[in-house]
Structure formats: C-alpha cells, structure tokens
Write a protein that binds this ligand. Structure first.
Ligand code: GN1
Ligand code: MG
Length: 358
C-alpha cells in the first residue's frame, strides 16, 4: 500500500490522497481507484500495465492519446453526449511512470456518475451497450489507421491463436481429463472455420478491441451509456472483432465465469437489442459486406476467446490472471458452450441481423 500511495502521488492532479483501492476485475492489468480530498476531481484510475502481454506499453499510451484527443474534438464540434477518459500525466509530464521494479504505471480520469455491469440487466441496458459501441466506432471511424500503432500484434487474428494452440499441443503432448478432451475436439471441429474473417477481405478500421459489457459506462441516473473505457486494445482491426466481442459478452446471461458452464447459452433477444442500439450509430459507416459477416463474427469471437483461455490453461496460465487452478479451463468451457449455442441459434441470429439492418 505504501508503494501504491507513492505511485499515486506522482500522478495526482492535486488534493490529498485518501485511499487507493483495487478496482474491477480485469484479466490482464491491475487497476486501482485513487480517492482524493480537497480537489474537484474526486477520483482517478491508476493502472499497472501487464508488460508480459503489452510488450510496448508506451505505444498503448500513444494510441490512447490519439483516440481520446480525436474523440474529444468530435464530441466538442458535434455535441455528442459522450465522455472519453483523459490520460493524466505524471509529475514529470510523461504519460507513464516506470517504478524501481520496472513496473509500468499510468493514470486515467474517472468517469463520474456512471457504473458498469458484468452482465446485461435488461433490454434497455442491452440497447445502450450496443449504442455505446456504435457511437465509439463512429467517433473514431474518420481516424486514419496509419495514425495508430499495432500495440498487440495478432490480436483477434484467430488463425494465429490456432497456430499457438497447435504449437502448445505439440510441445505438451496430450491431456486426458474429459474437459480437456472435450475442448480439443471442439477446437479440432472448427479448425477451418477459424479463418473465416481473415479470409473475408474486410477493411481494417480503427476499433476498440475489447467492447465487453463491463467496459461500457452507464449513467447512474439516466441509464444511458456515456462512455466506453479500457482503450488498451484500440488499434486497427476489423469492426467485426468488436461486434462479435460485444455480443459474445452481452448475450451470455450467466457471465464469463458462469459456475455451471454446461448451462451457458446465447440469448437472441439480448442480441437483437444490442444490434438495434449498435446500428442506430453504425449504419453510417457499415457496408453490405460488413453485414454479411456479422453472424460469423459473433460465432468466431466466442470460439476465439475459448481457444485463447484453453491454450493459456494448457501452457500454465501465463497470459490471463487466474483466481484458482483450472480457472482458464473453466472460462474456455464457458465460451465453447456459448459458441455451441450461437451455432444452434444460427437461423435465429441471421434473421435478427437481417431484420435489424433492414
Ligand atoms: C481480457 O483484461 P481485460 O479483462 O480487459 C482480454 C480480452 C478478453 C477479455 C475477456 C488484452 O480483457 O481480449 O476478451 O479479457 N484482453 C487482452 O474477459 O487480451
Ligand atoms: Mg481489456
């Protein structure tokens, strides 16, 4: 705690630090909320970036600046009801601080009067989550992709994850637990499908990269989405990664950590509401080819996340933080069940996409 206070001191915009408290449940970085007294800004977010995952954290800060400055400008000029968290510089004027143990720290402003939820509460919430993604993608849609660095090479390129998986299998040999066997068969059966988006010839655009439900900030009194946080994965990519991720996260009412993984399912009604909210904004920049690949995106990103968790389990939990041994395997099974349910609802989901777009 002593150390955390000391780090927070280097970023604080003024006032006195009252408290530094762990916050959220990110799978990669460590996040804290710093509470201040005697300052207009009552709180800010302090994060230790996982440099095992983000090997060039300075590039993340560079992209974050590019995104937030662009979004602020558009919000100011066009009057959107939208907030983009600001990067808070350290005392020496830099966007980050590297401590004596080589940890990489950064601070971001706190979105006030808003909260996020791990699971969709109701259909209004679902529409707001979709609307948030559409608004964000719209606000960044005119940023040239050349202005953004590739902060996480291979991120959401499913064939790359598949390649790593086979590499791990080759090195580690076979596993015999029934869950692992189920996972291996599951992946094997979808080996060709893994290429579907990368082979689709879709254009690269600026994307969020991680628009899951709990990254969307909902205003506590109006219930409207006011911001989407966690810009670490904002970089050039396919908008489909975002659409797929938003739906795989929102349409799983039991959540990513569902205790009974066999009960996990995709809720098409929530999917319909998310898409409805999304399209009110995204119609402005989506093309027919984009719509054609929406179903595959939803199926693929659920499968991909399962594959990523599964591989991390096999390799000994080196990427995602875990709370108990076998956590990544459990998370993988949740995503595989969700994928199965998406596949079972294919006709429904395709119909929803068609009728929402029309
Ligand atoms: C990771 O750390 P967090 O929770 O923001 C992951 C996402 C996954 C997500 C699943 C950089 O995000 O891709 O969808 O877990 N982020 C990275 O909850 O790999
Ligand atoms: Mg994230």
């Amino acid at each position: 705690m002593e150390n955390l206070n000391h780090i927070a001191e280097q970023f604080k915009p003024g006032g006195n630090i009252v408290k530094v408290k762990e916050f959220g449940n990110g799978n990669i970085n460590d996040t804290y909320i710093v509470t201040l007294e005697d300052h207009a800004e009552k709180k800010f977010v302090l994060q230790r970036i996982n440099t095992h995952v983000f090997k060039q954290p300075k590039l993340i800060m560079q992209n974050m600046r590019t995104f937030t400055e662009h979004v602020h400008q558009r919000v100011r000029n066009e009057g959107h009801a939208w907030e983009a968290p600001r990067v808070i510089s350290a005392k020496d004027g830099l966007d980050f601080l590297i401590d004596d143990d080589n940890n990489f720290w950064r601070a971001i402003s706190f979105v006030d009067n808003a909260q996020s939820h791990d699971i969709i509460k109701d259909l209004d919430h679902a529409r707001e989550v979709g609307h948030a993604l559409g608004t964000f993608q719209n606000l960044i849609s005119d940023l040239p992709i050349e202005s953004l660095a590739d902060t996480l090479e291979g991120f959401h390129i499913t064939p790359r994850y598949l390649q790593s998986y086979y590499w791990v299998l080759m090195k580690n040999g076979t596993h015999t637990s029934p869950e692992v066997q189920y996972g291996m068969k599951f992946i094997e059966d979808r080996r060709d499908f893994a290429h579907v988006l990368e082979n689709a010839n879709l254009p690269l655009r600026p994307i969020h990269g991680d628009p899951k439900v709990n990254n969307v900030m909902i205003h506590t009194s109006t219930g409207k989405a006011v911001s989407i946080v966690d810009l670490d994965t904002g970089k050039p990519g396919l908008v489909h990664y975002d659409i797929g991720d938003c739906l795989r996260s929102g349409c799983n009412p039991l959540g990513e950590d569902a205790e009974d993984w066999e009960a996990v399912h995709f809720d098409p009604e929530i999917g319909s509401a998310i898409l409805e909210g999304y399209l009110t904004e995204a119609r402005a920049f989506l093309t027919t080819a984009d719509y054609d690949h929406m179903f595959n995106a939803i199926r693929l990103i659920a499968f991909e996340l399962g594959l990523r968790f599964f591989t991390d389990h096999l390799v000994g939990d080196v990427y995602f933080k875990v709370k108990y041994p076998g956590h990544n395997l459990h998370r993988a099974l949740v995503q595989f069940k969700l994928t199965e349910s998406i596949e079972a609802h294919e006709a429904d989901i395709r119909h929803i996409i068609k009728s929402t777009v029309a």
